[in-house]
Write a protein that binds this ligand. Structure first.
Ligand SMILES: Cc1ncc(COP(=O)(O)O)c(C=O)c1O
Length: 384
């Protein structure tokens, strides 16, 4: 993003900071300690509590349910580990997660299972990346402590029926956690309306700074804290309040909600244009749900037949197109993405993701570059 002349199509990884968030961060960068009783401390505390209220309003939650964290990774870990540890005390130690969850959920759950602290059911997705409600319900048991299914997938942009799932689980007395990080920029999120017990968000996917996020924890979901110390945030998350980050997070979220409908419509048109240009290139396929209603307008996920992931990455960099190739840990085509593997996708995955600064010029340039690069990174060419 800070690179000059870069066509930035990696908004799902991090999106530029919105002016409202930048101003809020600068305003509160020199804040006093919000737990101090003196006047500057009280002012800082008031700013944090106001930010908490604004976050709650934007998410359909109540302020006492909002816990500021260092990001969604911490929020997901807090929910998965904290809720599981609390439920163990009531004899429940079974977790259900989908196989396309972000590692912040999946690895936290696996870590608990590896240590013998939880039993774990991992629900496979449909080939389009969506997680089917019935499959999740089939995995639920009498000792299920928590289910975690993301609102939308970070790679494919596949959108899940979180409200329906939460309702079904509520009838079975099982709480649902949803990672709403990717859904938030373009989809309405409503904690109370959905009936979820917990939710995670990350500010830097919304136009806020990196290093701050939120865990929404419904008051009837007991959670054992991960950190112990000064007892901030109702004892669930000790640590000095990050005043500037928290206020900037609230500002980014508010701006996101304000602009969401217009952004969704704009990105829908841009991603259609991008996808149409990309699939016109030989050996390029679009993945994810077929219906626009079932996928995020911000995400275009492609598979490239017989493409060398390392060469693709290098060529895109050379052409100054920033995208997510999933090739950093790939040793061969289609490897390196647990989501692509879980969905049975073949070929080299390439995620192009749009955001609030994206333009038609970005999209057209990306298609132009792909049309040039894709034929040159074919594995069969490299071998011949
Ligand atoms: C779905 C999802 N969950 C969690 C995270 C982690 O967020 P953070 O960078 O705030 O820790 C990300 C970001 O990569 C994400 O896309």
């Amino acid at each position: 993003m800070t690179e000059a002349h870069c066509t930035y199509l990696d908004h799902a990884a991090s999106t530029p900071v919105r002016p409202e968030a930048r101003a809020a961060l600068e305003r509160w960068l020199d804040a006093a300690n919000a737990s101090a009783v003196h006047l500057p401390g009280q002012a800082a505390r008031a700013a944090v509590e106001e930010a908490r209220e604004r976050v709650a309003t934007a998410l359909g939650a109540t302020p006492s349910e909002v816990v500021f964290t260092s990001g969604a990774t911490e929020a997901d870990n807090l929910v998965i580990k904290g809720a599981l540890w609390a439920a163990r005390e009531r004899g429940r130690q079974h977790l259900v997660v989908s196989d396309v969850e972000h590692p912040a959920v999946l690895e936290a759950a696996r870590w608990l299972a590896d240590r013998g602290e939880a039993t774990l059911s991992v629900v496979p997705p449909a080939p389009d990346g969506r997680v089917e409600v019935d499959r999740v319900l089939d995995a639920v048991r009498a000792d299920t402590a928590l289910v975690s299914v993301m609102a939308a997938n970070n790679e494919l942009g596949a959108v899940n029926d979180v409200a329906i799932l939460a309702g079904e689980l509520a009838e079975r007395g099982v709480p649902l956690h949803t990672d709403a990080v990717q859904a938030l920029p373009t989809r309405a999120v409503d904690v109370a309306g959905w009936g979820v017990a917990a939710l995670a968000l990350s500010a830097h996917k919304l136009g806020g700074p990196q290093g701050v996020g939120v865990a929404v924890l419904r008051r009837d979901l007991p959670v054992v804290p991960l950190t112990h110390g000064g007892g901030q945030d109702r004892g669930v998350r000790s640590g000095t309040f990050a005043v500037g980050l928290d206020v900037a997070c609230a500002a980014a979220l508010e701006a996101t909600v304000r602009d969401r409908a217009a952004l969704d419509a704009r990105l829908g048109a841009l991603s259609d244009r991008l996808a149409a240009g990309a699939v016109a290139i030989e050996g390029v396929h679009r993945n994810g749900p077929a219906a626009a209603a079932d996928r995020l307008s911000s995400h275009v996920h492609l598979s490239l037949d017989a493409a060398d992931p390392a060469a693709l990455s290098l060529e895109l960099d050379r052409a100054r197109v920033a995208a997510s190739t999933g090739s950093a840990c790939a040793s061969g085509a289609g490897q390196g993405s647990h989501v692509a593997a879980a969905c049975g996708l073949t070929g080299t995955p390439l995620r192009l993701s749009l955001g609030w600064t994206s333009t038609e010029a970005d999209v057209d340039r990306a298609v132009e570059v792909l049309a040039d690069v894709v034929p040159r990174v074919r594995l069969d060419l490299a071998l011949s």
